[in-house]
Design a binder for this molecule. Structure first.
Ligand code: NDP
Length: 680
C-alpha cells in the first residue's frame, strides 16, 4: 500500500520508510500508510517564510479573497471524490457534507468577509485614529500586518476537510502561509484535499504545505513569527504549548481541545411543546452526526428536575430509529467511529460515566449494523446515560468522544448555570426555551465559560444552524478546558495571524503609511472636480471645497413643511429657546446635510455612479437661520474592487459655519467607475 506523501519545499515527498498502516473505519482494510520520515522540517518552515510569505505579501486582501473564492469553487467541483474517501473514515454522506461542504463554506465565507470588511490593500487599519495632542499634529493609529512566519496547523482526526480549511482560510487572507499537519488516522482524506488545492494551480507556491506523519523536530525550528493552531486532546495541546521553543519565542499558540458542552431545556418547555421537541431532536442529532465525534457535540443534557422521565422516553423513541451501519448503504443514519482505537477509548470513557449513572439507551458491546461487520468496523450504538445526581463529578469531567450523552436534572436557572459552568470551559452551550428571561439568566450566567451560546426556540428553529455547527462569522473556541483559544469569528480570525502595531505620527505621515487620509493631512484642491475623476485618477486627499451658502428661516420652514419634520426645535421659537442646547430655532441637521450635497456635487453624468450611504454622521454645532455653511469633501479611502468595473470611495465631509466651527461631520460612501481602458 502506498504511503501518503508530504508536500514541502514545492514538491511531493514520499517517505523514506514504509510507514504505519491506516485502516478503513468501516471494513478494517488498509487504506494507506503514513510516515514523515525524510521530511526536512526546518527547510519546510524556511520555504513557507521565504517563498510563501513574500508571494502572499504581493497580493492585497481582496486579491487573496478572490483566490479563496476560486479555490472554493474548484473544490466544490471535486467534492464527490472527497465524499467517497470520507466514507472510509466512517462518515455517512450527511457527515461528509458537514465536513466537506462545511469546509468549502468557510472558504466562501472568508472570501466574502475579506472583500467586504477589509481594504484592497496589504495593511489593515484597526479602529479609529486616536488624537494624542491638542493641536492635532500628533496622532495614533493601530495597524495590522501579517506575521512573517508560518501558520502550523495541527488538526484532529474528526474533521479531515473542515479542520484544515477553517484554519487555512483566515491564515491565507491574512497573508500567512500554512503548513498543515492532519491527524494520522484520517490523513488520507486531508492528503487528497491538499492534492486538489495544490493541483488547482491557484495558490502561490509556499502558501500551502502538508506534512503527513509526525512533525519530527519541527517545533525546534519555530520562531517568534510563526504560530501554531492546534485541535485535539487537551493533553497533547498542553504538552505542545509547553514546548521550550514555544515559550522562549512567545510563539502564538491557539488550542481547541475537548469540551463538555451542555444543552439546557427551559422550564417553559412542556412535553408536546415545540421547544421540548426541538431539544430532544437536537440532542439526538448531536449524538449521532459524525457518530458523536464532534468537539461541539452535546455531552451534558440538562433538564428541569421533573422532566427527566419525559425526556428519556422521547429521546429513546428517536434513538431507536437510528440505523447504524455502512455509511454507503441507504437508510444508514450513523456510520462508524474513525478507528477501533477510538471505539475502545469511548468504551473506557463510558465506563467512567456509568459510575455516576445508568445506561437508558444503547449497549457498548453490541450494535445491529447494516451491510458491515460490527467488529471489524468501528461501530458503536448511540448511548444515553441517565444521571439523577448532577453533583457526581464524572459527567462534568469525562468526555466520551463518540455517540454518548448524559442526561441530568437541574432545579432552577441558577442551578442550571452552575452545572453548565462545571464543564470548566466549553466550546458551545445551548438553551432551548421560549422564555427570554430564562435565556438571559442562563446565557449571561454561563457565558464566561463558553465560546458560543445558542438560544433555540420555535422562532428561529427553521433557520437555526444548530448547536454543533461552528460558523466562519462566529467565534469557535472556548476558555479553560476547551483550550482557551479562538478560531474564525470573521475578521478576528484573520487578525490572529497579524501583528497589531500602534503607530504614532503626524497626520501626513499617517496618511502615507495607512493609505487612508486622516484629518490634518494636506488636501489636494485641483481644478478638476474629484467627481470627474475615474477611480485610478483619484488620489486620497483630493478635495472639493464648496460654499458658502446662507441658511434662511424660509429654508427651515420650507424644509419642515416639505418633509413633514415639524419638530418644535425647527418651528417654534419659544419652545426652541427653552431647549438647553439651542438659542432659538435651528435648521434641521438633514437640511444641512442636503445643502452640503447640493454644494459638493458635480451634477453631470460622470464616473461617480451612486451614493450608497453615510457613516459616522454627527451634528456638532447648531445651524441658525442666517448662518453660512461651507463644505469640504476629501477622498479618504479608495477601494478598487477586484474583477468589477467600479470601486468604492469613502469621502470625509466637514461642514463648517462662518466662524469655522464644524456643524456636521460624516463619511459619504460612493461607487466610482474605473477607467474603461483599465477595467478588469
Ligand atoms: P491528539 O491530541 O492525540 O491528536 C491531535 C493532533 O495532534 C493530531 O494531528 C496528532 O497527530 C497531533 N499530535 C499528537 N502528538 C503530537 C506531538 N507530540 N507533536 C505534534 N503533533 C502531535 O488527539 P486525537 O486526534 O487522538 O483525539 C483525541 C481526543 O481529542 C478526542 O478523544 C477528543 O477528546 C479530543 N478532540 C477534540 C477536538 C476538538 O476540536 N476540540 C477534536 C478532536 C478530538 P497524529 O494523529 O499523527 O498523532
Amino acid at each position: 500500500m502506498a504511503a501518503l506523501r508530504s508536500y514541502v519545499n514545492g514538491d511531493w515527498h514520499a517517505p523514506v520508510e514504509d510507514g504505519v498502516p491506516l485502516h478503513d473505519a468501516v471494513t478494517g482494510e488498509e487504506v494507506a500508510r503514513i510516515s514523515s520520515a525524510g521530511v526536512d522540517m526546518a527547510a519546510a518552515l524556511a520555504h513557507g517564510r521565504e517563498r510563501g510569505g513574500p508571494a502572499l505579501a504581493e497580493l492585497t486582501f481582496h486579491q487573496r479573497a478572490a483566490l479563496l473564492k476560486s479555490l472554493a469553487s474548484y473544490l466544490l467541483e471535486h467534492r464527490e471524490e472527497l465524499y467517497a474517501l470520507s466514507a472510509r473514515t466512517g462518515a455517512t454522506l450527511g457527515d461528509s457534507k458537514f465536513d466537506v461542504d462545511g469546509g468549502i463554506g468557510v472558504l466562501f465565507g472568508y472570501s466574502s468577509k475579506g472583500r467586504r470588511e477589509m481594504p484592497n490593500d496589504t495593511v489593515y487599519v484597526d479602529g479609529a485614529v486616536e488624537p494624542l495632542g491638542k493641536g492635532g499634529t500628533f496622532l495614533g493609529q493601530h495597524v495590522c500586518t501579517p506575521l512573517s512566519g508560518v501558520a502550523v496547523q495541527i488538526n484532529a482526526f474528526n474533521f479531515p476537510v473542515w479542520g484544515p480549511l477553517e484554519k487555512f482560510a483566515p491564515a491565507f487572507l491574512a497573508g500567512v502561509p500554512s503548513l498543515i499537519k492532519p491527524a494520522s488516522q484520517t490523513a488520507y482524506l486531508t492528503h487528497r484535499l491538499v492534492e486538489l488545492m495544490i493541483g488547482s494551480g491557484l495558490l502561490p507556491e509556499g502558501s500551502l504545505q502538508l506534512i503527513c506523519g509526525s512533525v519530527g523536530d519541527l517545533f525546534e525550528h519555530l520562531t517568534d513569527q510563526d504560530l501554531v493552531s492546534f485541535t485535539g486532546s487537551a493533553a497533547t495541546g498542553q504538552r505542545l504549548r509547553a514546548h521550550p521553543v514555544v515559550a522562549a519565542n512567545s510563539v502564538r499558540f491557539n488550542v481547541e481541545a475537548d469540551s463538555l458542552n451542555c444543552s439546557i431545556l427551559g422550564p417553559d418547555a412542556e412535553p408536546g411543546s415545540a421547544e421540548f421537541d426541538l431539544f430532544v431532536k437536537q440532542l439526538v442529532t448531536e449524538m449521532t452526526v459524525k457518530a458523536g465525534q464532534k468537539c461541539t457535540a452535546i455531552r451534558r443534557a440538562l433538564v428541569p428536575a421533573g422532566r427527566m422521565d419525559d425526556v428519556v422516553a422521547a429521546a429513546k423513541a428517536r434513538l431507536e430509529k437510528v440505523v447504524v451501519g455502512n455509511p454507503n448503504s441507504s437508510g444508514v443514519r450513523m456510520g462508524a467511529l474513525a478507528s477501533l482505537e477510538q471505539r475502545e477509548e469511548v468504551r473506557r470513557s463510558l465506563k467512567a460515566l456509568l459510575e455516576a449513572g445508568t445506561l437508558v439507551h444503547g449497549d457498548p458491546d453490541h450494535v445491529e449494523v447494516v451491510d458491515a461487520d460490527a467488529e471489524r468496523g468501528a461501530f458503536l450504538s448511540p448511548m444515553l446515560v441517565r444521571c439523577d445526581d448532577p453533583d457526581q463529578p464524572q459527567p462534568h469531567e469525562v468526555e466520551a468522544f463518540g455517540p454518548v450523552s448524559t442526561l441530568m436534572p437541574y432545579e432552577n436557572a441558577a442551578h442550571a448555570v452552575d452545572l453548565a459552568r462545571r464543564g470548566k470551559g466549553s466550546l458551545v452551550g445551548s438553551v432551548v426555551t421560549a422564555d427570554p428571561a430564562f435565556a438571559r439568566e442562563v446565557v449571561l450566567g454561563a457565558a464566561s465559560r463558553h465560546g458560543r451560546m445558542l438560544v433555540l426556540n420555535s422562532d428561529n428553529a427553521k433557520e437555526s444552524t444548530g448547536h454543533g455547527s461552528p460558523l466562519p462569522a462566529l467565534v469557535h473556541g472556548g476558555p479553560g478546558r476547551a483550550g482557551g483559544g479562538e478560531e474564525m469569528g470573521g475578521i478576528r480570525g484573520v487578525l490572529h495571524h497579524m501583528q497589531r502595531t500602534a503607530v504614532q505620527a503626524d497626520p501626513a505621515t499617517l496618511t502615507a503609511i495607512t493609505g487612508q487620509w486622516v484629518t490634518g493631512s494636506p488636501r489636494n484642491i485641483t481644478d478638476v472636480h474629484p467627481f470627474r475623476k475615474h477611480l485610478e485618477d483619484l488620489r486620497v486627499g483630493d478635495t472639493v471645497v464648496a460654499g458658502p451658502r446662507r441658511v434662511t428661516l424660509e429654508d427651515v420652514e420650507h424644509f419642515a413643511e416639505f418633509t413633514g419634520d415639524t419638530f418644535y426645535a425647527h418651528t417654534d421659537e419659544e419652545a426652541a429657546s427653552a431647549n438647553p442646547f439651542f438659542d432659538g430655532r435651528v435648521a434641521h441637521g438633514y437640511l444641512v446635510v442636503s445643502f452640503a450635497a447640493g454644494l459638493f456635487v458635480d451634477p453631470d453624468p460622470g464616473p461617480v455612479l451612486a451614493n450608497y450611504g453615510l457613516e459616522n454622521l454627527r451634528f456638532l454645532t447648531p445651524t441658525y437661520p442666517g448662518d453660512e455653511i461651507t463644505v469640504t469633501m476629501t477622498a479618504k479611502r479608495i477601494t478598487p474592487r477586484v474583477g468589477a468595473e467600479h470601486g468604492e470611495v469613502r469621502w470625509d465631509v466637514d461642514v463648517t459655519n462662518q466662524d469655522g466651527d464644524s456643524v456636521a461631520k460624516y463619511d459619504v460612501l460612493t461607487l466610482v467607475a474605473k477607467r474603461p481602458d483599465t477595467q478588469e
